[in-house]
Design a protein around this ligand. Structure first.
Ligand SMILES: NC(=O)C1=CN([C@@H]2O[C@H](COP(=O)(O)OP(=O)(O)OC[C@H]3O[C@@H](n4cnc5c(N)ncnc54)[C@H](OP(=O)(O)O)[C@@H]3O)[C@@H](O)[C@H]2O)[C@@H](O)CC1
Ligand SMILES: [K+]
Length: 491
């Protein structure tokens, strides 16, 4: 499912209106009617619609007209004098006025009626460009504190529809009705947290799709690229995934388990010393003074899980330089420290996937963790651009960014994944997919999806409270079954 920015949405609107000759008020009528239908579905009988100055407010006036038409008790509170409305929004107000929809100009402390069952946020949508202030901030704070559920039209007011950033007050909606496409800013956090459940409605917008649109990770797209295993295949067909084993060996073994369950032909553990933990006979263990040389024949390398300070003596050495320039793989956790170079960040190729959590991302960018969490999309895009690698920024609605600015957002996963070792499993899963021939962007996207779904399934069976990283590994197979639509992996 595509996720669009405000700018792309303006292009879609413009193309539909100018080229396809569909008047803007027709689109707005479809939008307002869809909102009214969503209100009716919620069985809300006493509804207040809060309208702003632009076309988002226009959607609100139309929704109010349709609700009145359907016999609902509806009232509009507007933050602007309707006499100052322009274009389609003015037309929408005229239609509502002719249908005798009641309204008043917002006065602080008066949301327009008692015993309201639902508030509709039609204050600002894709046109919100700055932090809320004045009357917009007052009404948003009052709506949030009212205790009444809020249905947002298109985008909750105060969210940047393109980036998901929230620079001040913003509506906390329980549901958002998105016009034509979900906006990128309501798919990623923090915007996603403010949006509640988002439903997309078709309002008749159509236009040729621009290149490189952002999307949710989509199994139907990735199914064509991964999973087929014909009868003549052998272990060499599915690649060797090498994993560095550092001081904290458990983390590397979890990564190995993730890699094996996701289908690498061979998983190789490269170590300088011996491995003291029990290792399943499924993996090959190789000892060498330089772990880089132990994994020389691997198609992908996972650097980081449990590494500690183990590779630090190798920083800047020819073998690490050689690995980053000639190999592909995953850099996670302590491995990310290898990316710091004397003149900034090391340049990699897009066969490498970096999997930082927000604090690690902040350390690499020289930001604070809070800054990364406020601007997750920007942070992921900047790190990808500066390193030349694919970046997977962990957290709810994991973001996967390419150096060229392509974005995917992972919809799977829940709190079951918030457990030590979960990230190690993810690194192994992605390393395995790279070894099997997927490019870094697809491997990171599919890896995030499978890992997230495995966490959901493990949590459903075992409760999120008691799910461990090993449980996530155990549920990878079932996650892969659901990836293939529940019909099982192709043979
Ligand atoms: N025909 C169409 O195109 C269709 C559009 N549709 C609907 O329209 C919505 C987009 O409408 P829109 O472009 O009018 O923007 P919208 O969000 O209503 O903002 C309006 C104005 O508010 C202002 N403003 C900005 N930030 C502010 C702030 N923080 N605090 C205060 N004011 C602020 C700024 O004006 P300024 O004050 O800068 O002059 C801005 O121009 C879209 O989300 C969808 O719901 C659908 O119905 C389909 C058909
Ligand atoms: K809104």
């Amino acid at each position: 499912m595509y996720l669009v920015t405000s700018e792309q949405m303006r292009y879609f609107d413009h193309y539909t209106i100018k080229t396809l000759k569909v008047p803007g008020i027709v689109l707005m009528d479809h939008a307002g009617k869809a909102v009214a239908e969503a209100v009716v579905k919620r069985r809300a009988k006493r509804v207040v619609v809060a309208c702003g100055k632009g076309n988002n407010g226009g959607d609100g006036w139309i929704a109010a007209r349709w609700l009145q038409h359907g016999g609902c008790s509806v009232h509009v509170v507007t933050v602007v004098d309707p006499g100052n409305l322009e274009g389609d929004a003015k037309l929408a107000f005229d239609m509502a006025g002719a249908a005798n929809v009641s309204w008043n100009i917002y006065q602080p402390g008066d949301l327009g009626g008692s015993s309201i069952e639902l508030l509709v946020d039609a204050l600002l949508g894709t046109g919100c460009t700055r932090p809320l202030a004045g009357v917009y901030e007052q009404i948003v704070d009052e709506m949030n504190h009212s205790g009444v559920p809020i249905l947002a039209i298109d985008v909750p007011t105060g969210i940047d529809a393109s980036t998901g950033e929230v620079k001040g007050s913003a509506i906390r909606a329980s549901e958002t009705i998105a016009m034509a496409y979900e906006k990128l800013g309501t798919a990623v956090t923090p915007g996603a947290i403010y949006s509640g459940h988002t439903h997309v409605v078709d309002i008749g917008i159509k236009a040729p799709l621009p290149e490189g649109m952002a999307s949710y990770v989509d199994p139907s797209e990735l199914r064509q690229k991964w999973g087929s295993r014909d009868a003549l295949s052998h272990k060499g067909t599915f690649g060797r995934c090498g994993i560095f084993v550092g001081h904290m060996q458990g983390a590397a073994i979890l990564a190995a388990a993730g890699a094996a369950r996701t289908g690498a032909g061979l998983v190789v553990l490269g170590t300088r010393g011996s491995i003291s933990l029990a290792v399943l006979p499924d993996y090959v263990v190789r000892q060498a003074e330089s772990p880089v040389s132990a994994l020389e024949d691997c198609q992908s390398i996972v650097v980081g899980p449990g590494l500690g300070t183990d590779l630090e003596p190798l920083v800047g050495t020819a073998s690490v330089d050689e690995m980053f320039s000639s190999k592909r793989g995953v850099v996670d956790a302590d491995g990310l420290k290898l990316l710091r170079a004397s003149n900034g960040l090391r340049r990699l190729n897009d066969g490498w996937v970096l999997t930082p959590h927000p604090k690690e991302c902040a350390n690499l960018l020289g930001w604070t963790t809070e800054q990364v969490q406020r601007q997750r999309l920007t942070a992921a895009m900047q790190l990808a651009e500066r390193t030349g690698a694919i970046v997977l920024l962990k957290g709810y609605r994991t973001i996967i960014a390419t150096p060229a600015g392509e974005i995917r957002v992972n919809p799977t996963g829940n709190a079951s994944l918030a457990v030590g070792g979960s990230g190690d499993v993810l690194a192994g899963v992605i390393g395995s997919l790279i070894a099997q021939g997927l490019n870094g962007f697809d491997a990171a996207s599919l890896g995030a999806w499978i890992h997230g779904r495995a966490g959901e399934l493990a949590g459903a069976a075992l409760t999120p409270i008691s799910t461990t990283a090993s449980d996530i590994v155990d549920y990878i197979s079932r996650a892969i079954v659901t990836f293939f639509d529940g019909i099982g992996a192709r043979n």
